[in-house]
Design a protein around this ligand. Structure first.
Ligand SMILES: Nc1nc2c(ncn2[C@@H]2O[C@H](COP(=O)(O)OP(=O)(O)OP(=O)(O)O)[C@@H](O)[C@H]2O)c(=O)[nH]1
Length: 791
């Protein structure tokens, strides 16, 4: 059966523990194929049928050796993209033939064999007994016995080797000089493989190199802190370089705290040193007489391991040996310890080990609203790039970054070469945003990618959303941080139409229901329709009807004909004469002009957590997300909900630069202390402890229906935080524009209608009046609305 279920697609994706995929639609826990196949929509089945035929045609001769199952698995994997499936299958079939001929030696095996050659001959816990034969009387070379080297376990005695030899009559072939090597560990794991040995050797070398390169720690206190840092949690990002940002693109799982948080030098006095301080005099005491007696002096202790064959007793040379009263007095250790206790030094050191209770980061107690209003900072805006899959969102953003010189020519050339290597040269610009190998090999955006651009007047945060329907929860997360959307539409024949039936429509409705009022519609790939004005006008007409139905005001909609791939009307006006009929704004000009929603800087703090990164001991947790209301500053104590735990803001970054404060509308990264990382997750709310958001289990909502709505089970999303729940009651159908009750207790609400409904949750969520919620059912968005009050 080709498509096993949504699970087979989702499980390869690094979702960073994003629990939105707990949705039954994404995981087929039982793994029942039959059920999964049933889960395919009629549309899916039809696409699969047609796709299979097309792939067979394209495979030609190879088609005979490929089963329907393989073809359909490829189609499922590439979301019915015939050309990607064909090139994958061709590659696979080619490789399978090659594989049968030779099995290349993996790099790992090569490294292992090198390590084996370099490794000492002793193994694990065994001792080598080398038997070098004494010169035997002349005999023909052929009768001479070879030198023997026999390995016996350390716990076996050398006599075991001679147990059968008559006393005083050792045959020549058993005579020799026996030397016993000191037992030492080779570094291999017991019973371990050479590969592990190679890996261990490599790691050891890296560690030694790193230690040599690391700045020398001055005191034991520093080394203790370094040790604590080593104990800290490793982040996923650290283990997965493929997800690290190469340009300025930020992903949902970067780990900014891995790099030392950038703090302005002037702030240093404000941030006290960590409370763990170990006094430097607490150093290792010199060896006691007893230790010296056994192991020699300090200098001797630094020597290489004890050589067993050298059986001369070190104590024999010791001055005090002959006196026989070596242990009569207290050892130097005891003397030192006693004097320390007397001075109270040790007690003091132990006290200093205690972790301070008070917050470590002092607040500057700024009046942030005042500072913000006087700062004269550039306009800050966040936009989300929406649209149906493959309509060119990432390419368009890659082009914008390139034209604004955020990305240089060399990087683009490099991406182009890499893309050409896997036959996807047209995706080079999209790869500026789509960074993971998953996204690149599939040619599909999976997660939100963040980047920044700056113009004369504004600083923008770009949130590039995935277009595929399977990744709608990620799209919701991006949309919940944005001020307005840039909707990308593929103008080429049939693409616009299929997008309208698909995610173009769903994305628009979600964006509108999240309160976005202005929209830029980028009519993309105009080069594919020869810059046809008629096509552009047709798209404008049909989209205007749809957008106004979704309650966008016509005057707040901006259409721009453009081509992301070639850059016309993106940052520069079109030069091609075919497009001279358009004299309006470029995308960049429209971004500069668009009106932004009012910032609620004077209200209580509300920040929706979009990302959580684990850090180190000093700063265990960092989060990022949009401030929906209020302000915050370094040193503030904030409340995390629903965990109901407080944290202290140690430092703040906005657009990757360290700052002292942030205000509503910005998407800062907060480095937090005094909180256990388990208490914060994506979708949580961070608020002012004195004015917390209440946790609710039922609420009334004004809902815009995308699908027929009845009392039914739904998944309730507030940003990415979600809970299973249900639409408990349909209270009334409302007039879309005035909000007046049209009908009480309707039995059904049709798509496009607005209703007041009561939503019941299975677990409490932090939701309050004015917050936006999205209701989904079996992977479809059924409606979105505004929370009115607690039910
Ligand atoms: N001819 C032409 N092709 C374009 C244009 N813009 C994008 N494309 C192509 O469209 C394909 C998809 O582009 P992407 O940028 O990956 O599309 P996307 O909307 O980001 O895709 P998802 O994020 O996966 O939904 C690529 O092959 C691009 O080269 C354009 O202006 N003209």
């Amino acid at each position: 059966m080709p498509p096993k279920s949504g699970f087979s697609r989702a499980r390869n994706v690094d979702y960073d523990d994003d629990d939105v995929y707990d949705d039954e639609d994404y995981y087929d826990e039982g793994g029942q194929n039959a059920e999964a196949e049933d889960a395919m929509t009629a549309d899916d089945k039809e696409q699969m049928r047609i796709g299979t035929i097309r792939v067979r045609e394209a495979l030609g001769n190879m088609s005979d050796s490929t089963s329907d199952q393989k073809i359909q698995e490829a189609l499922w994997h590439y979301y019915y993209d015939v050309s990607k499936s064909v090139s994958y299958l061709k590659n696979k079939l080619g490789t399978e033939v090659k594989k049968e001929k030779t099995k290349p030696i993996s790099r790992f095996d090569q490294a292992a064999s090198v390590a084996d050659q370099n490794a000492p001959t002793t193994t694990g816990m065994s001792t080598h007994v080398h038997v070098s034969h004494v010169k035997e009387p002349a005999r023909p070379a052929a009768h001479r016995l070879p030198l023997r080297s026999i390995s016996i376990p350390t716990n076996a005695a050398a006599t075991d080797f001679f147990w059968d030899v008559p006393w005083g009559n050792v045959p020549f072939n058993r005579r020799g000089i026996i030397t016993v090597d000191a037992p030492h560990y080779k570094g291999a794991l017991l019973g371990g493989s050479s590969k592990l040995a190679a890996l261990a050797a490599k790691r050891r070398k890296e560690r030694e190199d790193a230690e040599a390169a690391a700045p020398k720690v001055d005191s034991d206190a520093d080394s203790a802190i370094a040790m604590l840092d080593k104990l800290s949690v490793r982040t996923k990002e650290n283990n997965n370089p493929s997800r690290q940002s190469r340009y300025l693109v930020r992903r949902r799982s970067p780990s900014p705290v891995l790099e030392a948080p950038k703090e302005p030098e002037t702030e240093e006095p404000e941030v006290p040193q960590p409370a763990v301080v170990i006094e430097s005099p607490a150093q290792r005491a010199s060896a006691s007489l007893f230790a010296s007696t056994l192991c020699g002096t300090d200098a001797a202790a630094k020597q290489p391991p004890l050589q067993l064959p050298d059986l001369s007793m070190p104590l024999a040379a010791h001055q005090s040996y002959n006196t026989m009263d070596a242990f009569s007095g207290p050892s130097p250790d005891d003397i030192k310890r006693k004097s320390k206790l007397a001075n109270g030094d040790l007690a003091e050191s132990v006290e200093k080990l205690a972790v301070a209770d008070e917050p470590r980061t002092k607040s500057k107690n700024l009046n942030v609203v005042d500072v913000f209003e006087k700062s004269g900072m550039k306009r800050m805006a966040n936009f989300v790039v929406l649209g149906h899959v493959d309509h060119g969102k990432s390419t368009l953003m890659g082009r914008l970054l390139y034209d604004l010189k955020v990305i240089d020519q060399r990087s683009i050339d490099k991406l182009r070469k890499e893309a050409e290597l896997i036959g996807k040269s047209s995706f080079a610009l999209a790869w500026v945003m789509d960074e993971t190998s998953e996204e690149r090999s599939r040619g599909v955006t999976v997660d939100i990618a963040t980047n920044y651009i700056e113009t004369e007047k504004s600083r923008f945060t770009i949130l590039d959303a995935p277009g595929h329907k399977d990744f709608i929860p990620n799209m919701i997360s991006g949309a919940s941080q944005a001020d307005f959307p840039v909707l990308v539409i593929d103008a080429s024949t049939n693409s616009f139409e299929s997008g309208l039936k698909g995610q173009t429509k769903e994305h628009i409705l979600i964006a509108r229901s999240m309160g976005m009022q202005h929209i830029i519609v980028a009519v993309n790939k105009m080069d594919t329709v020869a810059w046809s004005k008629a096509r552009f006008d047709d798209i404008v007409k049909r989209m205007t009807t749809f957008l106004t139905e979704a309650s966008f005001l016509e005057k707040r909609i901006t259409f721009i004909p453009l081509a992301g791939l070639t850059g016309e009307n993106v940052a520069k006006k079109i030069e091609n004469s075919a497009g001279h009929w358009y004299s309006g704004e470029t995308l960049l000009e429209a971004l500069e002009r668009i009106e932004l929603p009012q910032r609620n800087v004077r209200k209580a703090l509300r920040l929706s957590v979009a990302d959580v990164f684990k850090g180190d001991m000093r700063c265990p947790l960092s989060i990022s997300g949009r401030i929906d209301a209020g302000t915050l500053q370094v040193g503030d104590v904030v409340l995390a909900l629903p965990a109901n735990e407080t944290a202290t803001i140690k430092s703040i970054e906005v657009q990757d630069a360290p700052v002292d404060w942030a205000v509503a509308g910005q998407i800062p990264t907060l480095h937090l202390t005094d909180i256990d990382p388990v208490h914060l997750r994506q979708g949580d709310i961070v608020c002012a402890p004195k004015e917390p958001v209440k946790l609710v289990k039922a609420f009334t909502s004004k809902l815009l229906a995308f699908e027929p709505v009845l009392p039914m089970p739904v998944e309730v999303f507030r940003s990415t935080l979600n809970s299973p729940g249900s639409i408990r009651t349909l209270s009334a159908r409302l007039n879309k524009f005035t909000g007046e009750v049209v009908k009480k207790k309707p039995r059904i609400v049709k798509p496009g209608e607005v209703a007041r409904v009561v939503v019941q949750l299975e677990r409490e969520l932090p939701i309050e009046e004015g917050m936006r919620v999205v209701l989904r059912e079996r992977g479809r968005t059924v409606g979105a609305g505004l929370m009115e009050n607690v039910a």
